[in-house]
Design a protein around this ligand. Structure first.
Ligand code: C5J
Length: 239
């Protein structure tokens, strides 16, 4: 009996050149779409940032999630946060800058970036569904001090599609960690945001420079269109 052919999703207009991914060996990784970063009163705003650019992508990330889920793709959500005793938050992280509230301090959404507090939760519109993997991470990268690598290997995942916030901090760090571990990676251009639009633009440019030194980028519409086209294509036509 022959094995079922893989569903290959084609993105001919990805940057810096066409990308394709095998849906069953791919995961959508949504980075840190938490109230603490996206909503007023959280960690992001306590650092002096305007959270509106992050709020603006929530419907786009939702559209991407909807399309990925409808295609039967595997979803990973990450949450940045620390244990209540902050043993996993080194001073090198906690003492950065001069925020109004530091990690662990009490804010309007509970203790800032502490696991289990209201601000640590993923925004309701993007809440994880049953069967999706949620990775709690103490650092910027999704692989550092987490079980993500083991979970992806266990499922035979080889390709990662990234979305979430912030583009130049946790998203970029995670994508670089993933590429170093051998994953083929794509960042969804309009499903990621930064408090600093110039940093977002620079990140997209540097990830794809030099022939895609870290990976590829493409807009959400390209992903959702390609997923729908792959679903319509009879399996025997899959190239
Ligand atoms: C930050 C993140 N910016 N999720 N975290 O501290 O990018």
């Amino acid at each position: 009996m022959s094995a079922r052919p893989e569903i290959l999703v084609e993105l001919p207009a990805a940057q810096p050149f066409a990308w394709r991914f095998p849906l069953e060996r791919s995961a959508l990784v949504v980075i840190d779409m938490q109230r603490d970063f996206v909503e007023p009163g959280g960690f992001g705003e306590s650092l002096g940032n305007d959270v509106r650019p992050l709020q603006a992508i929530v419907p786009t990330v939702r559209a991407l999630l909807d399309a990925w889920r409808a295609a039967g793709g595997f979803v990973v959500h990450t949450r940045e946060g620390h244990a209540p005793d902050l043993h996993d938050c080194p001073p090198a992280k906690r003492n950065r800058g001069a925020p109004r509230l530091r990690i662990g301090d009490a804010g309007p959404m509970g203790r800032i970036l502490v696991i289990g507090e209201p601000g640590h939760a993923i925004v309701p519109a993007l809440a994880p569904q049953a069967g999706e993997l949620v990775i709690d991470k103490p650092g910027k990268g999704a692989f550092h001090a987490t079980p993500l690598q083991a979970e992806l290997q266990r499922r035979g995942i080889s390709h990662l599609v990234f979305a979430g916030v912030t583009t130049e901090v946790c998203v970029q760090t995670s994508m670089r960690e993933a590429n170093d571990r051998g994953y083929e990676c794509l960042l969804v251009e309009d499903a990621t945001a930064s408090y600093f639009p110039a940093f977002k633009a620079a990140t997209l440019a540097m990830l794809t420079a030099q022939g895609g030194i870290v990976g590829w980028t493409a807009p959400t519409a390209a992903l959702t269109g390609a997923l729908a086209a792959a679903a319509r294509r009879p399996l025997e036509e899959t190239p």
